[in-house]
Design a protein around this ligand. Structure first.
Ligand SMILES: Nc1ncnc2c1ncn2[C@@H]1O[C@H](COP(=O)(O)OP(=O)(O)O)[C@@H](O)[C@H]1O
Ligand SMILES: [Mg+2]
Length: 369
């Protein structure tokens, strides 16, 4: 097992496509690191660069503290698994797991047997070793694939959207299985997904990527609570964060429907400017009446028309470009429950408001309440 490090990795394809635009990240020894971002943001390219399947334009990749640039894939000792598990259907589970060992030709028959049996014990596959993959459950097949990746005792495991072709239920089941396996094996893992829910469920830490650039590297909890910018805030969380343009004067935030005071620390971060985009997690909107005299809570008017309220929708992002288009009332079950309890007041606590720079998208209040 080994740590992995990328230092300022740039990858531009011959046709001019910029896939990675200065990516730096560290995966600690034994860590489960998830790369997440929309399709085309460079996730697979990162894995391929680490595996040595793709040459980078500039930068460095270190595996176990040693520069791996220029090393062919077979000298890097990292195991890569792709979207489809591609087990050999005609081979038994035993032979599927043994396959990489036989191919390498550096193990005796006895050694191979020992390694396969060790792996099968760890993975709970003892009972199905002589079975063919076709009759196994999805979870068992996944274990076989992991076993096959693991037997050569790789320094790291690289997984590229391993669950993306499966139905939602199986995906959930296997997600739990992968997390469990990784903890058992303790192998440094770099796991790619475009699904933020999966990333949040699996990662010790998560790298959020967009257009070949790292947007933020943090624990799931920190990504959710302290998003670095509008992109991360919008991408992470379900239902997603709501965004509304606001004016700030001193410590008073003027929302379109109410005003609210923010803490002195927060006010200091946005001092000297007026226009911001406020971000609000829908689940932080409260039904109970918590309003004190300090104006820390803003009341959301009760007569919100069901469906699409005027003041919380269609901020066509004149300020930032791109699109923010997030009606508060139509998003989730949570909000539906909200509407059913329409007679109660709702409040926004200013502690849960984050203020973003409309020009750069940066979260100016990332680490203050
Ligand atoms: N061989 C290639 N030649 C040119 N462009 C490529 C090649 N492979 C990938 N790309 C481009 O590089 C970008 C990143 O691709 P990729 O790493 O596969 O994204 P992801 O895995 O996040 O969906 C995309 O714009 C993709 O079209
Ligand atoms: Mg990909």
């Amino acid at each position: 097992m080994a740590a992995i490090e990328l230092r300022d990795v740039v990858k531009t394809f011959p046709d001019g496509t910029s896939a990675l635009d200065g990516v730096s990240l560290n995966v600690a020894d034994g860590e489960f690191m998830v790369l997440v971002g929309p399709s085309g943001c460079g996730k697979s390219t990162i894995l391929r660069v680490v595996a040595g399947l793709e040459e980078m334009t500039s930068g460095e990749v270190l595996i176990g503290g040693k520069v791996a640039n220029g090393l062919p894939p077979n000298e890097r000792n990292v195991a890569m698994a792709f979207q489809t598990y591609s087990l050999y259907p005609q081979l038994t589970v035993y032979e599927n797991i043994a396959f990489p060992l036989r191919v390498s030709k550096s193990f005796s028959k006895r050694e191979i047997d020992q390694i396969v049996r060790d792996a099968s014990r760890t993975l709970g596959l003892d009972d199905v070793l002589q079975t063919k993959p076709g009759v196994l459950s999805g979870g068992q097949r996944q274990r076989v694939a992991m076993g096959r990746a693991m037997v050569r005792d790789p320094q790291a495991l690289l997984l590229d959207e391993p669950l993306s072709n499966l139905d939602a239920r199986l995906r959930q089941e296997l997600r739990a299985e992968i997390a469990w396996l990784q903890r058992c094996l303790g192998t440094t893992t770099l796991y790619v997904t475009h699904d933020q829910t999966e990333a949040m469920a699996l990662g010790d830490r998560v790298v959020v990527l967009e257009q070949g650039r790292v947007q933020q590297i943090a624990t799931p909890r920190d990504l959710y609570r302290h998003p670095a910018n509008l992109f991360v805030a919008d991408f992470i969380g379900s239902p997603p964060m709501e965004f509304l343009p606001v004016t700030v004067t001193g410590d008073v935030v003027e929302l379109s429907f109410a005003w609210v005071r923010i803490s002195p620390q927060k006010a200091a971060r946005v001092h000297g400017r007026e226009q911001f985009i406020a971000g609000l997690r829908p689940e932080r909107v409260r039904l109970e009446d918590l309003v004190g005299t300090d104006h820390q809570y803003a009341r959301i008017p009760r007569d919100v028309p069901p469906g699409v309220p005027d003041y919380l929708i269609r901020y066509e992002k004149e300020l930032v470009g791109g699109e923010i288009n997030t009606p508060l009332n139509s998003r989730s079950d949570y909000n539906r429950r909200f509407l059913e309890r329409d007679q109660e007041d709702r409040y926004v606590n200013s502690r849960s408001l984050q203020l973003f720079d409309p020009a750069t998208g940066e979260n100016l209040t990332r680490d203050v309440d």
